[in-house]
Ligand binder design. Structure first.
Ligand SMILES: *Cc1c(COP(=O)(O)O)cnc(C)c1O
Length: 439
């Protein structure tokens, strides 16, 4: 392990880990998040201009895998996980781009991280022969992506926690449709409750002895790292063609997607400005406006996958800027987009241009509109995080017509679905896990 990259906890009270150990553990033992000892610096000319997304990912992630037993498998992991298109599509108006991340099996960007994490875990040796239980708290899209990525994989069980009534009907159906080794629990609470319950279970050493646990939340490095690929790939493509960096507007909840974009910039690749588009949950916009960081309970919005009051990757964001909040505030901006603006943006773009977005993507498109209205002419890409068909209850009344359902989503909606109820208490999940330990 001497010349391999070491992973440390953001809280600094956990032993250094290899990448494989960090991926297998999810959360560091001191409750912090794993980060590399330092971010590498990459030369844009190292990337193959003709390469696929998977090729870009393999070059990009090689320094993070350096010296790890998984390194030899990295090209295969990338090819397996990143096997669907992630197009940077020019909008026929506004002189802007949309980076479409929703062409995977569950129609949201979470497929990238979930499939990569699954491809890594499949290859990691485990000392314990008992089945591994992967816990995932979801505000809607993560759970389905993780369920799909691990469905029917031997010796793995996935337990999904989602806030009952706070995900869209199609999201709920997706979460409950897998069966076999994937179990959905609908929690009588909010997403932050689900997330806290998962953290509490993972931090319970005694429970871990009885039921081997891991996590697949955006705190997992195995999800965060591959999300850098599509930013690197699209920004490099743009830079080769136009000679300028590409700026991104990222719909943001737990900050996993936006952090991946910032890390790509920190590696020296041609990413320009990064703006965070938040919904009415204003923890980040208030922090960036100069207030103290104040995590709080989430409120429900139309962009439900971003209903986060305590963004789990905030510790990693602070680490990225060396704990210097002033530097962080100078580099990044975050803005809140309320439900009324989401609705207006969806309706206006559909009516005037025939473009249909999901409510999360609409927060980014709204900020793009504001930039253009204020005279900003720089190249921007709004990041499209999910397919609008997952949120038909929000989108269709504003369009006045149905949204086409992508085939993979249609197939999931045909299956039957079920989820077990669970109280929003840490002990309720721990009890459930002990009672239902996999055979
Ligand atoms: C998860 C999700 C987000 C928020 O991403 P974070 O990485 O949590 O910031 C935005 N849009 C959609 C559709 C999502 O599923």
């Amino acid at each position: 392990m001497s010349d391999s990259v070491r992973y440390l906890s953001t809280r600094g009270r956990a032993p250094a880990a290899t990448l494989g150990e960090a991926i297998a553990a999810g959360l560091a033992p001191d409750g912090g998040l794993y980060v590399p000892e330092r971010l590498p610096v990459l030369d844009p000319s190292r990337f193959d201009a003709q390469g696929s997304l998977a090729d870009t990912a393999a070059t990009l992630l090689a320094p993070f895998f350096d010296g790890d037993p998984l390194a030899a498998e990295l090209p295969a992991i990338c090819a397996e996980a990143l096997d669907f298109p992630v197009p940077l599509r020019a909008l026929p108006y506004r002189d802007a781009q949309v980076l479409e991340l929703f062409h995977g099996p569950t129609a949201a960007f979470k497929d990238v991280g979930a499939r990569f994490l699954a491809a890594c875990l499949r290859r990691l040796p485990r000392a314990d022969a008992r089945p591994l239980t992967i816990l995932v708290a979801t505000s809607g899209d993560t759970g389905a992506a993780v369920g799909a990525a691990f469905h029917r994989q031997p010796n793995v069980r996935v337990v999904i926690l989602y806030p009952d009534g706070l995900v869209s009907p199609r999201q709920a159906h997706q979460l409950g449709c897998f069966g076999d080794n994937v179990q959905a629990l609908r929690v009588a609470g909010r997403f932050d409750d689900c997330q806290r319950m998962v953290k509490a279970a993972l931090n319970d050493a005694e429970l871990q002895l009885a039921v081997p646990l891991s996590s697949a939340n955006s705190i997992s490095l195995g999800r965060l790292l591959p999300q850098m690929s599509y930013y690197a790939h699209s920004a490099l493509g743009w830079w080769r063609e136009h000679g300028t960096p590409l700026n991104f507007i990222v719909p943001t909840g737990n900050l996993g997607n936006a952090l991946a974009c910032l890390w790509v910039r920190a590696l020296g690749l041609p990413v320009g400005e990064v703006r965070l588009a938040c919904n009415a949950n204003a923890t980040l916009p208030e922090f960036f406006a100069g207030h103290d960081y104040a995590p709080r309970e989430a409120v429900a919005t139309l962009a439900n996958a971003m209903d986060v009051g305590a963004p789990s990757n905030f510790e990693r964001l602070r680490w990225t800027f060396g704990g210097d909040d002033a530097a962080l505030r100078q580099t990044l901006q975050a803005e809140s987009v309320d439900d009324a603006s989401i609705r207006r943006t969806l309706a206006a773009h559909a009516r005037e241009h025939g473009e249909v977005f999901c409510p999360h993507t609409a927060t980014a498109v709204h900020l793009l509109d504001r930039l253009r209205d204020s005279g900003d002419t720089r190249p921007w890409a709004a990041v499209a995080t999910a397919h609008p068909a997952k949120f038909e209850q929000v989108v269709e009344p504003l369009l006045g017509h149905p949204v086409d359902v992508p085939p993979a989503l249609a197939a999931m909606l045909q299956r039957s679905a079920s989820a077990a109820p669970l109280a929003a208490a840490d002990t309720a999940l721990k009890h459930w896990l002990r009672e239902r330990a996999p055979a």
